[in-house]
Design a protein. Sequence first.
Length: 261
Amino acid sequence: MFGSFTANTAGTDFGERMLNKVASQSIRHLFTESESVEVAIRCNPSSKLLQGSIDSFRMSGRNLVIRRDFQVQEMSFETDAVVIDFGSVLSGAIRLRQPTQAVAQVVLSEAGLNHAFTAELVQKRLQNLDTPDLTKLSGGEPVSFSDVHLELLPENQLKIFAKAHLPNGVVPISLSSTLAVERRKRIVFQDAQFEPDLVPENLRGISEILTLAFIDILNNMVDLDRFDLDGVLMRINRLETQGQQLIFSGYAQIEHFPWGN
């Protein structure tokens, strides 16, 4: 269900209704599901709208789902000035005359992050792996990882638990790490340390090797470019853990609105 739409625009009533309808459709198209989405367009004086000039465009949403499996607790962005082809609104689209940037914030929950590890896009990168550092432990057979669970800790720390499936059995793995950002688009797990306490003593040697291999897999997986919204490119300036939340702040490069390219 979608929340309210407010627009500080006058113009004709017809123009307002069209902009309301088209903007709502465009935002709805970004998400598989959403609990609430609010859109606000600021335009002063409002007559500028008819020339396609908008002072800013703001979107905020709660409990959003991207690509069916990636849960976002909160997302918001507010653009710089936007110039649109107002004629495109009349044809059912919002077409930008030039790209624009927006300040963005994304909040992920610990539960949502854990759910993401069950997504098909993620699962296929954890199953039947045949890299040399893994197959030398499994007699040449592929290795798979499952039951991934992470716990967020203060100061960008976290713990990760998982199971590694080898031909001769299942090996638990456990680690601690620090979350960081690389090149403003990749989330990396730095200073990873094997945590032996929850691993049976007779499995700790192989578990430590599998843990380090697992970290390498994760560090090659979490790239924002894999999860881009249609027409919106996200980049991270900062991340931090707060309780059971992981908060990203950065910017969005908006090339086009969904259905408006």
